[in-house]
Ligand binder design. Sequence first.
Ligand code: F6R
Length: 611
Amino acid sequence: MCGIIGYIGYREAVKIILDGLECLEYRGYDSTGLAAIENGKLLYRKNVGRLSVLKDSIDKDPITANIGIGHNRWATHGKPSDINAHPHLSSDGLISVIHNGIIENYLELKAALEAKGVEFVSETDTEVVAHLIREKYKGDLLSAVSEALSEIRGAYALCVLCESEPGRIIAAKLASPLIIGFGDAENFVASDSTALAAHTRRICNLNDRVIADVTAESVHLYDLDLKPLELVEEHIPDEWTQEAVALGEYSHFMLKEIHEQPQAIRNAAMGKLGSKDGSVAFDGFSFTKEEYKKLKRIDIVACGTAYFAGVFGKYLIEKHLRIPVEACIASEFRYKNPIVGEGSLVIAISQSGETMDTLESLKLAKARGAKTLAITNVLGSQIDRAADYRIYTMAGPEIAVASTKAYSTQVEILYLLALYFGSLSESMPAESVEALTNAAMQAPDAVSYVLGQEKAIEQATEEIFKSSRMFFIGRGADYCASLEGALKLKEISYIHAEAYPSGELKHGPIALIEEGTPIVALATQPELYDKALSNIKEVKARGAKVLLIARDSAAYIAREADISIMIGEMEDDAAILPAVCVMQLLSYYTALKLGRDVDKPRNLAKSVTVE
Ligand code: F6R
């Protein structure tokens, strides 16, 4: 959600900024822009729509500069339009600002500035920042930004340029992500390391309430009162390579990432799952048996796909460990006065590690005395840094907005976590240890098996997805999987898809089934096969067209379905990942046939850094 890139050095800033904005496109945006200082003159370009429009306008009227800032905007305050796109400028054009986040008291600040005669041109909250900094400016941009920030409430990742100080970018961060990248005689600012991987591996993740004074030769950090802070250098992880963020032979990142799943799952388990006896160790998380004994409950907080991984985590941990687990949507958890405190473990699952609601839920739990564990894909992300403990999913960069390999690796980590808790509890049955170990070890091959059926899955979309609405049904683990299947389909194909526990259909939703209504039914849990069969008969009797996703051992159910995709044989707990992989491919090929923008579906952002 919004992408920021800044450059200062000796190279062509505009080229670096445009390339950086392209790398950040995956975060989601509806307009784009940049500002740069050419021969002491602050110039800018911005437009609603794609980056290609900005590139064309730069081609027609180039800017030559060694300093600049660029922004992809995902609209919050004010519709997507040329005028609302960033950068925003002070009325005299001296100050230029790009911003990710929400300035909560912008109306109040705007009224005060208007009373002093300032004229606003956009509907955005960001514009107040440009005018406020201008008002405070008396020859030193750093002091002006610090003074302005003392009056601002809300969330921000900011980059500021000043025409009369062409050798510095001032950046600041509160709640929204921002990192600094270090080069030789050049430095960078960015929303995330995807935009920097081509230039440097040396970075610093800014903490909240930090201002950075960035020149070509130096980076100095300050708190909001301009007290100097220590700068701690970190590194972009090895798997965040330029190739990893490039399409390669694939037509879409989503397809590439679906295919990367077997290796991503292996990477997730590597160095954590010791051997076939199910021993597990994590670098960033360890509990003593005493601590585990004191554990009264676990809450998993997350959003979207990560939440659905959490729903499966609840199923898995309760099944094997018999301790109470809740999976909570983070935006609900925050505001429901949750029952957390000593004796609770709160697990935040987040691919990006930046999702605002997940981050705030984790902070709330921590403040109330709960232990907190982050399961995240991004080292150094805010959720990673805010938690007491951390486990990395090691999926590598996920660029497509629709999450695929992040989900699989989160599920893999949940197998390992259940095993780890089992080793602490000392009472987990040997069958559970075996089942979880098998699941963790079988998952990559189980997904590969399904990828081998890609053609058949693509063909299945011809038959089934002709409706504007459909259902995904299953029980137990199959319900967990169907939640993710329905989300994948709706977000990239825009077909209205709902997941329902099969047994719940008769309590209302069955009224929606008529001749030809497509239903994806799951049958991967042998003890529930007969129930699955009854539910399939029930919907078929009302005219539904059923696409069955089932284990080979459920072949007798397949006879009742219109189309079946068989996923092979595996441990019960391992079936969720191949089943979800089938639904990822169904969604992908359906969206493709409908001509959707698969990697960048409308209205969605990859990283949701506002509430
Ligand atoms: C769906 C999807 C989203 C994310 C959600 C949480 O495909 O990608 O639902 O799962 O926005 O994002 P993270 O995991 O980054 O916290």
